[in-house]
Design a protein around this ligand. Structure first.
Ligand code: NDP
Length: 322
């Protein structure tokens, strides 16, 4: 039988946004409770080198950075709970009710949503079935299994290029497959990719199917379709990494707060305030544009400052008239 707990501030999500919100809230004596969800540390736990988080002259590891943030949040007084939110009730206003997978109910005066975003998949029939058998969305998790093999990476953003470069540490050859004729990844990453002797790029191509065979069954190749001519071709690979962006983790908030057409939480411009007074959103769950660890941390700070003001009665408990 689950228990019911009360807190001033509940933070949902354990990425840079959630941990930063927790650090600020704990230092403001709000005794925050942070529910981690399924993947404590968020997306940075499935990246390798981080070179753009300020304060570190040398590249640091994503998982290490998240361990530090978690330890800092705990050190200043955050209660971290390894449980996942399954439903919320924001309809009656503050205090808000949040139910977890473990069966507990949390009643909170204010809630910060920092649930982040998740990898997108291509939606091919074999894609899900072959996960763990050559299909992956995380090079740092699975790259090791492709030592001496040939792999492909699908996508043209920073993630795809970083994953492709990372995979050269393990695989014999990496083919980046992109549906257009130019990448949107940062120029410095593109330069590193193009200069790498183990990498080739197939332009204007979409993956139409994933081939598999053997016992145990594993990926053997890809069917590609030229997006300009429509011609199909085969590419022999032992693994394929899908790196085509992310979707916000907002399924459980659907009828409770305003989301945009792609499911991102709508916030008042320049603030972390959602459509429900007392509920704040920070990080990738409300950011379709910047999506960086440092911007997530920044908005986590903003959310904690606003939650403190809300709990202290300095932010009204009603929405201004439209
Ligand atoms: P992006 O949204 O930036 O890029 C997604 C890529 O996948 C695009 O090239 C897109 O193609 C392609 N794509 C999307 N859907 C499909 C599909 N169905 N089939 C084939 N290709 C598809 O996502 P990322 O995950 O790369 O990056 C997200 C954010 O995180 C960005 O802001 C990025 O800068 C940031 N980031 C920063 C890092 C860093 O600074 N170290 C590391 C990783 C990410 P198209 O170009 O045609 O739209």
């Amino acid at each position: 039988m689950g228990q019911t707990h009360s807190t001033d501030l509940l933070i949902i999500g354990a990425g840079p946004a959630g941990y930063t919100a927790a650090i600020y809230a704990a230092r403001a004596s709000l005794s925050p409770v942070l529910l981690t969800g399924m993947q404590p540390g968020g997306q940075l736990t499935i990246t390798t080198d981080v070179e753009n988080y300020p304060g570190f002259a040398q590249a640091i590891q994503g998982p290490w950075l998240m361990e530090q943030m978690s330890a800092q949040a705990e050190h200043v007084g955050t209660k971290i709970i390894y449980d996942m939110v399954v439903s919320v009730d924001f309809t009656k206003g503050s205090p808000f009710h949040v139910t977890t997978d473990g069966g507990d109910t949390w009643i909170a005066k204010s809630v910060i949503i920092a649930t982040g975003a998740q990898a997108r998949w291509l939606g091919l029939p074999n894609e899900k079935r072959l996960q763990g058998a050559g299909v992956s969305a995380c090079a740092t998790c699975d790259g090791f299994f492709f030592r001496g093999k040939r792999v492909a990476v699908v996508g043209g953003g920073n993630t795809a290029v970083e994953e492709a470069i990372y995979l050269t540490h393990h695989a014999d050859h990496v083919t980046l497959i992109h549906r257009r004729d130019s990448l949107k990844a940062e120029k410095i990453l593109q330069e590193r990719l193009f200069a790498h002797p183990k990498v080739s790029v197939i332009w204007n191509s979409a993956v139409e199917d994933i081939q598999s065979g053997g016992t145990p069954e594993a990926v053997t190749g890809l069917t590609l379709r030229d997006t300009v001519t429509g011609a199909t071709s085969e590419l022999a690979v032992d693994g394929v990494f899908i790196a085509i962006g992310h979707s916000p983790t907002t399924a459980m908030f659907g009828n409770q707060i305003e989301l945009d057409a792609e499911g991102y939480i709508v916030t008042e411009p320049g603030t972390p305030r959602t459509s429900v007074p007392g509920i704040f959103a920070a990080g990738d769950v409300q950011d379709r544009t910047y999506r960086q660890a440092v911007t997530a941390a920044g908005t986590g700070c903003m959310a904690a400052l606003d939650a403190e003001r809300y709990i202290g009665g300095l932010i009204p408990n009603t929405k201004p008239e439209a």
